[in-house]
Write a protein of this length. Sequence first.
Length: 133
Amino acid sequence: MRHFILGIILGVGQAMAETIVIHLDVNGTIMAADPVQGKTSEIAVTHQLAKKTRGIWWEGLPEMRYQDYVERHLIPGPEADQSIKHKRRALYLEFLPMLRKQQHPVLQATQEKYDELMVALKNQNGPLYASFW
């Protein structure tokens, strides 16, 4: 569940004894897991890497983010279409296995970033990141 704990200060030097918990939808910006959407930390990290990693995904195409390749070349169409959205997510989730299978040039750096993010997550108290990047 997404939340920030906010302490409220009242008056000069008087701290309020209550804590307010605010729930925010941050769309993967700092949240590494989302039980509501069925995302584990591993799924969320893989998804973010797939959306941000740049490379050449098809001979003859320029370098671009994998997300752009998926949205422009593999599964074009509006994100509002749930069928398109689910197909894209399926490709994002297969991102690391696809890199391994193809022995893609970005595999090593991407795997290292995945491992680094997973270690950072396991060393924290909860699934919040200060930032993915």
